[in-house]
Design a protein around this ligand. Structure first.
Ligand code: BGC
Length: 372
């Protein structure tokens, strides 16, 4: 193993020499510092949150004197695999990875393990590999419950913590369901959490899914793509709501999907006001926070990317110092090969009334960014 490490270091030194001769940099972020190189692989820049995650991880590592190779793969799996291969070749001492498809990294992670490089799964669990050392994320089942509670809150059925409201309207309410990408482990946690809350109300007739689409395979959205969600919503509206009935609520797992749903509704003639449905979301993306202010979206789930970045960085630094990273969950995240020790942060529901308290007072967005 030692020999391999030296070999990797030698290859890395050569690679560094080559890149400096050629005058090109491999990564988008090369910080200074004596702490060695850390590879950070992010899925895509097409969603704001991952840009914030990448920036926050890079800044926190550089603060501690590490050099950072931060890469985005634009949701292309082979690109992400080769970016991670490159990080290993360059001599990365640890890898922090937010995967695109959690099942496609087994070979590259074997290469990392052979070079004794610890791996931290960032936000999304990496599946089917024993070579994932730790997992930093949010309580993803709770995220799903919160998305459902926010929908019930908008319909007047429950408080934001899920407590039923006395004298609530009986309904029935028409609801349609969306889930995330099936290659992302989180999508299952979010949907399971949401259905844990919604299924009893579907069973007792308070909520009606007119499309009949309630299985995750039917409601999933590949790569969390907003346009894909928009066209599914258009199809649902045409097939099920052309008879004068209206959709009262839409469970959406992510702000980008919510924006697609909003476009479909607007195109179908819905207007914000009495008949506008209650729509959930996730990530507190700026455009969606604005949509909450304007009434198009009812709620989002705020997951503070700065806190997540700090947890992942602390894990990496602990491992590099031969210390044991702090965890708070060692039961829930089975990746198919092993249970990955995890640190889960608490997500927060954002609705119009608490935007200031949750997002402005915490410095995540400024008042001007939201209202300007
Ligand atoms: C993340 C969510 C995000 C989604 C789409 C999930 O893995 O946990 O925060 O909305 O990916 O990017």
């Amino acid at each position: 193993m030692k020999a391999k490490k030296i070999l990797v270091a030698a290859v890395a030194a050569g690679a560094l020499l080559l890149t400096s001769c050629a005058g090109t940099g491999g990564g988008s972020g090369e910080g200074e510092g004596g702490g060695g190189l850390i590879g950070v692989a992010m899925p895509t820049k097409s969603s704001e949150r991952w840009i914030q995650d990448g920036d926050a991880v890079k800044a926190a590592l550089e603060d501690q004197g590490y050099t950072v190779d931060l890469q985005y793969a634009e949701d292309d799996i082979p690109t992400q695999v080769s970016q991670i291969e490159n990080m290993i070749t360059k001599g990365a001492e640890a890898l922090i990875i937010a995967s695109i498809d959690g099942t496609t990294l087994s070979q590259v992670l074997q290469d990392a393990a052979d070079a004794e490089i610890p791996v931290i799964a960032y936000d999304r669990l990496i599946r089917d590999s024993e070579n994932v050392d730790y997992y930093a994320s949010f309580d993803n089942f709770t995220v799903g419950q919160q998305q459902a509670w926010s929908v019930l809150n908008g319909l007047g059925l429950a408080e934001l913590d899920g407590t039923p409201i006395d004298g609530a309207p009986e309904g029935p309410f028409n609801i349609e369901l969306f889930a995330g990408s099936l290659d992302d482990n989180n999508a299952f946690f979010f949907f399971d959490g949401a259905m844990d809350v919604l299924q009893p109300l579907i069973d007792d007739g308070t909520l009606v899914v007119k499309s009949g689409q309630t299985d995750i395979e039917q409601v999933a959205t590949l790569r969390w793509d907003g346009e894909t969600a928009q066209s599914r919503m258009e199809d649902i509206l045409t097939a099920n709501y052309s008879d004068g009935t209206t959709v009262d609520a839409v469970l959406s797992p992510y702000d980008g999907i919510s924006r697609g749903i909003i476009s479909a509704l607007t195109d179908a003639g819905y207007a914000v006001g009495e008949d506008w449905p209650i729509i959930s979301g996730q990530d507190a993306e700026l455009d969606s926070v604005k949509a909450i202010v304007s009434g198009e979206q009812y709620a989002t789930i705020f997951k503070d990317t700065r806190e997540l970045a700090q947890v992942a960085v602390d894990m990496a630094v602990a491992l590099l110092n031969d210390e044991e990273p702090e965890t708070n969950n060692t039961t829930d995240y089975d990746n198919g090969v092993k249970i990955v020790p995890s640190f889960l942060l608490d997500p927060v529901i954002v609705v119009k009334d608490n935007i200031t308290q949750t997002l402005v007072d915490t410095g995540y967005w400024t008042e001007e960014e939201i209202n300007g």
